[in-house]
Design a protein around this ligand. Structure first.
Ligand SMILES: [Zn+2]
Length: 86
């Protein structure tokens, strides 16, 4: 029989690792880049995270990066007719 002797408590105060939270994790600018835009004609909302499958726009494409000839997939309105959602 092997009996364990519980005299091995050299584990004192661990977990007191000095966490270096000097580096702040900014939320980057991805949020401002990922603004959503609404079509003022039909109410369609362009969401950069989804892109526009109809217009062959890849997910992650900011509205600003859409080609100038891009139009609303629902009503065909041009980019001029979109308004940025706050
Ligand atoms: Zn529209």
């Amino acid at each position: 029989m092997d009996v364990r002797i519980s005299g091995n408590a050299s584990d004192e105060s661990r977990g007191k690792v000095s966490s270096r939270c000097g580096e702040r994790q900014d939320e980057w600018r991805r949020i401002s880049i990922m603004d959503r835009w609404e079509c003022t004609v039909c109410g369609y909302i362009y969401d950069p995270e989804e892109g526009d499958p109809v217009g062959d726009i890849d997910p992650g494409t900011p509205f600003e990066d859409l080609p100038d000839d891009w139009v609303c997939p629902q009503c065909g309105a041009t980019k001029d007719l979109f308004e940025k959602l706050a």
